[in-house]
Design a protein around this ligand. Sequence first.
Ligand SMILES: *[C@@H]1O[C@H](CO)[C@@H](O)[C@H](O)[C@H]1NC(C)=O
Ligand SMILES: *[C@@H]1O[C@H](CO)[C@@H](O)[C@H](O)[C@H]1NC(C)=O
Ligand SMILES: *[C@@H]1O[C@H](CO)[C@@H](O)[C@H](O)[C@H]1NC(C)=O
Length: 516
Amino acid sequence: MVPEKWVSALLLLQLCWTGCGNCGKVLVWPSDMSHWLNIKTILEELADRGHEVMVLTPSHIFFVDYYQPSTVNFEVIFMEIGRETVEDLLNDFLELAVNIMPNLSSWQSAKKMQDVFLRSTAYLKHLCENVIYNQTLMKKLKEANYNIMIIDPVVPCGDLIAELLAVPFVHTLRFSMGGTMEKNCAKLPSPPSYVPVPMGRLTDRMTFLERVKNVMFSLLFDFWLQQFDTRFWDQFYSEALGKPTTLCETMGKAEIYLPNFEFVGGLHCKPAKPLPKEMEEFVQSSGEHGVVVFSLGSMVTNLTEEKANLIASALAQIPQKVLWRYKGVKPATLGANTQLYDWIPQNDLLGHPKTKAFITHGGTNGIYEAIYHGVPMVGLPMFADQPDNIIHMKAKGAAVDMNMNTMTSADFLNALRTVINDPSYKENVMRLSKIHHDQPLKPLDRAVFWIEFVMRHKGAKHLRPAAHDLTWYQYHSLDVIGFLLACVATVIFLVTKCCLFSFQKFRKAGKKKKRE
Ligand SMILES: *[C@@H]1O[C@H](CO)[C@@H](O)[C@H](O)[C@H]1NC(C)=O
Ligand SMILES: *[C@@H]1O[C@H](CO)[C@@H](O)[C@H](O)[C@H]1NC(C)=O
Ligand SMILES: *[C@@H]1O[C@H](CO)[C@@H](O)[C@H](O)[C@H]1NC(C)=O
């Protein structure tokens, strides 16, 4: 038998070893695709630092491989709405995203995105009900005494679960259509004079007409387009919490809205690791010309035959070798210099010294990797924040923006040649890269610091702007402006009255004098 003393000593030693005096329990409400890839980086880091991480995940999810051994744990929510429904939703969306969205104006594109979000309401309601109305599950979660919930706010319900469990929560990723959730619910200041409304395809340097467009967009998102069926969710949340509330109010209770609060962009970027052997050989075979890396992101893995041929024939004409992540049928025009892959280690490839350019759909993860490693880009944006991201990179001189639906093979070839051969693109992206690396702490460390901060202090209410306690007219100081205008009006009124009075008196006196 090992004496008890020894056991405690061993435990103590282990604590010192992992260096985690303040380890806690973390509950996670994730979402799918690239959003999962991003949050996963934070969760794995938290697990490495000794925290216990539990992810609530629906059974029908594409990117969360909850059956694989992992340092984070999963609580799987089994769903009656079958995989087909989710796949149908996804396929319809991809069809729209790849073939239609690039042709649409920012206006029309936002409307289409709204339709997609609203279509998934029934599924999200079902998912949420399967958690909050499952007494066994809620009891289990309550008894686990979580210290914090980490929530991807792109889908509702996470904040509701946190409220029901009375656990402080932190929002990670930023993205709501038009930025309305961040602006109106999280009170992120967003003056439309210089903050471009997300999905408006504008930069922070706007001409007068662009500012008009930005204000119109801001109003459009505030009063007409919406990402969530707010009327439905307001009622759902009120019923679940047993008191009148709104989705916006509940989401606004987040202790920290991470990316609004700390600049943690690129937290997933890492120095490149060596490539798989065959891939390295292919890259080396490019000689002094180098290689081009091409991916349309985690969701879009194939294209129509026509589009794939157009792109492949342009790629065939450059002296570089091309690594293309593509799962569709091999295009007939594919050149000998181009290799197709089901999957590529994107970060490692972008960090390879032979990489000359990155052809990207403009998702934030890929853009940050390109900035981190200093690789100029050709953008083929499709939906959501992608057109904005590419436009911002173009404004910095680090990318060329292309429209996949309207470009010809020659246009695409020209764009590629420009980015590879015009040294200004490389210089500009290297400048962004140097700025990005010049930080006292890595973005991931800062993200984790603030999550642990909220755990240590059981919240961070002192960091929340007092804007949460104001009405909209107080927030915009309309009451003060009204009051001051009333003061000025009163003064003007009194002064005019006085003047008139004395003038009349003066005239009367004058007349009297004349008569005399
Ligand atoms: C997109 O626009 C181009 C040119 O305006 C047109 O040729 C093409 O057919 C359109 N594509 C779709 C899917 O509407
Ligand atoms: C409720 O949650 C428990 C624990 O996760 C699970 O075993 C059970 O199947 C769930 N019940 C329903 C009806 O989904
Ligand atoms: C991509 O592949 C899926 C499944 O194989 C198919 O349903 C879809 O139509 C394809 N998309 C395009 C644009 O070809």
